[in-house]
Design a protein around this ligand. Structure first.
Ligand code: DHB
Length: 378
């Protein structure tokens, strides 16, 4: 969100500096989800930074829910006349980073001790220590907190100025990346009695797979062979037949969380992306939601600087949160529908089964899933 917002500021002739804790190398090594909503792609296109994305991305007209017996195809093109774009979100970050020099967007990497000051006045500033150990002060009109769940920005807002809402899930996702062709041309989200599994991809030759695991599981417990065996069971006989195995080039476990802090602006400090909200990964909404925050924040800031209009900034939190809550709801409901919760009774299991059965036969239910999956309007 920082890079995207920074590029929008520079495109309107507004000065922006990005102060980043990590190194460029670290950021580009992080594996993120691979599904982009049209809203996200449109933002990158408006910046003219979509050249590689348009050349390399895959267009997906549908995806599948597997319920242990069958595949329920959600036909996005037919149901809502839209598609999603499959492109590694890390690749999008790379494209935005590569364009910084030519667009005159300054990024200062590997800073520490970042602190936000006076954001309730008209003259907020940041202090930080740069890589060489020198101390700096950066004065600004606005500070945009694009620094993630553990960053300093949300902490700079008095806790009682907003409300935090949180749900932690009692399992994680074990993911692997492998240079093998995907088992299906489309994504498959599977609810199996052993737990959830997801078949995704980065390209026609690189696959990304996940399985639900208990939170206390260690990576060492999951050598590649065990992962492939379990994945095949959970995806079911059809997709398993086409599963091509290969050595993992990345393997990690991610916890799942839903979180919202319902004050996304406090004076001259705006929160964007994970600093204000976290979604569980089911549905790949995290980066897309950060991008829609950028949509609202950039137009509000452009109104402020170029039209001398302060109202849009005042309305940023309300507008952004309206979409945040809907994405939270969808990510939570898809997580609830597709995972096995340790405390579930046979009743909850029957509710899942009935819901999947209903979805399989109802165009209305499929349309609701489709319009959320491709991304609600901004
Ligand atoms: C991916 C991750 C997701 O959470 C999802 O819903 C779809 C795809 C991925 O990593 O490709």
């Amino acid at each position: 969100s920082g890079l995207l917002l920074g590029h929008f500021m520079r495109a309107s002739g507004i000065d922006a500096v990005i102060v980043e804790r990590a190194s460029a190398h670290h950021i580009l090594g992080r594996i993120r989800a691979g599904v982009l909503e049209k809203t996200t792609v449109d933002l990158v296109e408006r910046l003219g930074l979509d050249v590689r994305l348009q050349a390399e991305a895959l267009c997906h007209d549908g995806f599948n829910l597997a319920d242990g017996e069958r595949l329920i195809r959600i036909d996005l093109a037919d149901l809502v006349d839209k598609h999603v774009t499959v492109y590694g979100q890390t690749e999008l970050t790379r494209d935005l980073m590569d364009a910084c020099d030519e667009r005159d967007l300054e990024v200062i990497y590997e800073v520490s001790e970042v602190a936000i000051h006076d954001h309730l006045t008209d003259n907020p500033y940041l202090t930080y220590t740069s890589k060489d150990g020198s101390a700096h002060r950066l004065d600004a009109e606005f500070i945009c907190g694009c620094d993630g769940f553990h960053g300093v920005s949300r902490q700079a807002i008095k806790a009682k100025a907003g409300n935090s809402f949180e749900r932690v899930y009692p399992f994680g996702w074990l993911g692997i990346l492998a240079d093998v062709p995907p088992c299906d041309p489309e994504l498959i989200y599977a609810n199996h009695s052993n737990g959830f599994a997801l078949a995704s991809m980065r390209s026609t030759s690189r696959s990304r797979y996940y399985i639900q695991v208990p939170l206390n599981e260690a990576l060492e417990d999951w050598p590649d062979e065990r992962f492939w065996d379990e994945l095949a069971v959970r995806l079911g006989p059809g997709p398993a037949e086409n599963l091509v195995r290969g050595p993992s080039i990345e393997k990690s476990i991610a916890p799942l969380r839903s979180f919202v802090f319902d004050r996304m602006r406090d004076g001259r400090l705006l929160l964007l992306g994970d600093s204000a909200h976290i979604v569980p990964p089911t549905g790949a909404k995290g980066l897309n939601l950060a991008a829609s925050d950028v949509h609202y924040a950039s137009s509000a800031l452009v109104d402020f600087f170029l039209k001398n209009d302060r109202e849009a900034v005042g309305d940023y939190s309300r507008k952004a949160l309206s979409r945040v809550w809907k994405s939270e709801r969808f990510s939570w409901s898809l997580t609830k529908l597709m995972h096995r919760f340790p405390d579930d009774t046979p009743f909850e299991r029957e509710m899942q089964r009935a819901e999947l059965d209903y979805i399989s036969a109802s165009r209305a239910a499929q349309t609701s899933i489709a319009e959320n999956y491709v991304g609600l309007p901004v």
